[in-house]
Design a protein around this ligand. Structure first.
Ligand code: NPW
Ligand code: K
Length: 507
């Protein structure tokens, strides 16, 4: 599990570790870790390869310069582009120059800096670290645009420069840019460039800041343990799971399990208008191999034809016992749909509401209030940004994690806000970021699949031996769904049904 912290939390842990940091010892260790990743990223042979360091005014620039000195020793041709020469880290600069590193002052040689970036084999971003307060000022913004436009991969130190370390504001995705030409004067004014380095990899020290998990610009995340992470008494601001955590949490069928010890999930999805949503959601639930899937809705015949093992009925009232309900995908918002939603919300088991179910909740906020009176079992809400805005119009989606946390608290539900980096928050303040997102999952029907996946996990968590709480089920489900999407993308598959085959193995 990756634990991410606020800048304040990281700074206080670092202060404790740095009391005795003479001769930049910690910074040199950080720089070795940076150089090790850089050496992995550089084409072979290393001697003569062109590395460009982007060097800012703080210790992040110091890390870059010391790393540059190590790379010089391995024979790389290293050029440091200084964004703020007067304030470049003195110790790092001396070490770099002793090894024969070359310097460019970006404030008066921008054209040379841009042309060096264009020819680089690897770019190392040491402009800003934990001290960053975006948006970037013009010189840095111009360098970042040039680095993003260059063919070489970028290795970001501590974080991609331009992102908000605490994750409260998003930088422009590189693909959208802002139409600016690399190296040209940014057009929207000196203090307003919401651009960020688009890193192939980011190496951070001890533990990442929350913004690093939230920013799609982070790329592959590497964590070098320099003894700087907050100790275990400090509650992380957010967490992210990796494949090993997910394998650990994933429910397994016991040898003598009956259906109720593996989890029975009920699905209310699909309608005459959207029959596919029923199949997508049920197919996903089945792929996770719960004890049993029950379907309750107007597509019962089609569902059973495709999955004879599913027990289907027309209405949740007649469905039989379940250990978790999913309601919403493609179910419509008419009278019968509202009645089915009401039945599900009345059940004393965990309930996941998605899609049309969320639309009905937005129109009838009293439904959730009534649920609280009827059951203490958890509710999971899985909106995309549009649905989120309809449910909580007062919350600012520019700060996704804070908004998601507030929504979870207000609604006393686990809220999963879909996106490139899906965020999940629990009413008790726990929060997570999913790192397995892929643009492949932006296609139609993938949300129906996610609902089925999490529904199965909720049911498994509500078995006598179940250990998954609703928050963890949502986090694990998002991870499994993302991995399946990545595998479907890698295999060149098209369409949400392709996810089924990868779900049983993913993550
Ligand atoms: N501490 C440790 O344990 C270790 C720390 N390590 C490293 O140190 C890094 C933290 O270093 P740091 O504190 O010097 O901050 P950092 O981000 O390099 O520079 C801040 C400067 O940037 C400037 N600036 C801010 N926003 C800006 C903007 N939008 N546009 C332009 N400029 C902007 C701001 O300038 P000002 O606003 O003051 O003019 C300020 O002076 C950390 O991330 C890690 O890499 C490692 O060595 C391992 C050990
Ligand atoms: K950086």
């Amino acid at each position: 599990m990756i634990s991410a912290y606020t800048v304040d939390q990281l700074r206080s842990a670092e202060r404790a570790a740095l009391v005795d940091d003479r001769d930049d010892a910690v910074m040199r260790r950080a720089a070795y870790a940076v150089a090790a990743v850089a050496l992995r990223m550089l084409p072979r042979p290393v001697p003569g390869r062109r590395v460009v360091l982007l060097v800012g005014p703080g210790n992040n620039g110091g890390d870059a310069l010391y790393a540059g000195a190590v790379l010089r020793r391995r024979g790389a041709d290293v050029l440091a582009v200084l964004a703020d020469p007067e304030r470049a880290h003195a110790g790092g600069l001396a070490a770099f120059q002793r090894r024969g590193g070359k310097l460019i002052d970006a404030t008066d040689a921008m054209t040379a800096a841009v042309s060096a970036l264009t020819r680089a084999d690897l770019i190392i971003d040491g402009l800003l670290g934990l001290g960053a307060r975006p948006p970037l000022r013009p010189t840095m913004a111009r360098l970042v645009l040039a680095a993003n436009a260059a063919p070489a991969p970028v290795l970001a130190i501590d974080l991609p420069s331009g992102i908000d370390p605490d994750g409260h504001r998003a930088a422009e995705p590189a693909s959208e840019g802002n139409g600016a030409t690399p190296g040209a004067e940014p057009q929207s004014g000196p203090e307003s460039e919401p651009v960020a380095v688009d890193a192939a990899s980011t190496i951070t020290f001890g533990a990442p800041s929350t913004g690093l998990l939230l920013a799609p610009q982070t790329g592959r995340l590497e964590i070098a343990d320099l003894g700087l992470a907050p100790d275990q008494r400090v509650l992380p601001d957010a967490i992210a799971l990796d494949d090993i955590d997910v394998a650990f949490h994933r429910p397994r069928l016991g040898r003598d399990s009956d259906k109720y010890s593996s989890g029975v999930v009920g699905i209310v999805a699909g309608s005459a208008k959207y029959p596919g949503a029923a199949l997508l959601c049920v197919g996903a639930a089945v792929s996770l191999r719960p004890g049993l899937v029950r379907y309750a809705g107007p597509q019962a015949a089609a569902v059973v034809q495709r999955w004879p093992e599913v027990v289907a009925s027309d209405d949740p009232v007649d469905a039989g016992r379940v250990q978790a309900w999913v309601a919403g995908p493609g179910m419509g918002t008419d009278g019968p749909a509202l009645r089915r939603l009401n039945v599900v919300l009345g059940a004393d088991v965990p309930v996941l509401i998605d899609a049309d179910g969320l639309t009905m909740l937005a129109h009838n906020p009293a439904l959730l209030v009534r649920r609280e009176r009827r059951s203490h079992a958890p509710v999971v809400l899985t909106p995309h940004a549009g649905e989120f805005a309809r449910l909580w119009p007062e919350l600012d989606l520019g700060d996704r994690l804070t908004a998601c946390r507030a929504a979870a608290r207000q609604s006393d539900a686990v809220v999963l806000l879909k996106g490139d980096r899906t965020v999940i928050a629990a009413p008790d303040g726990r929060a997570a970021v999913n790192l397995t997102g892929t643009p492949w999952l932006a296609s139609a029907g993938t949300g129906d699949v996610l609902a089925g996946v999490i529904g199965s996990l909720l049911a498994a968590g509500n078995t006598p031996g179940g250990t998954l709480d609703a928050f963890t089920a949502a986090v694990v489900g998002a991870h499994i769904h993302g991995r399946a999407g990545q595998r479907a993308a890698a295999a060149g598959k098209v369409g949400a049904p392709a996810l089924w085959e990868y779900l049983s193995a993913a993550g």
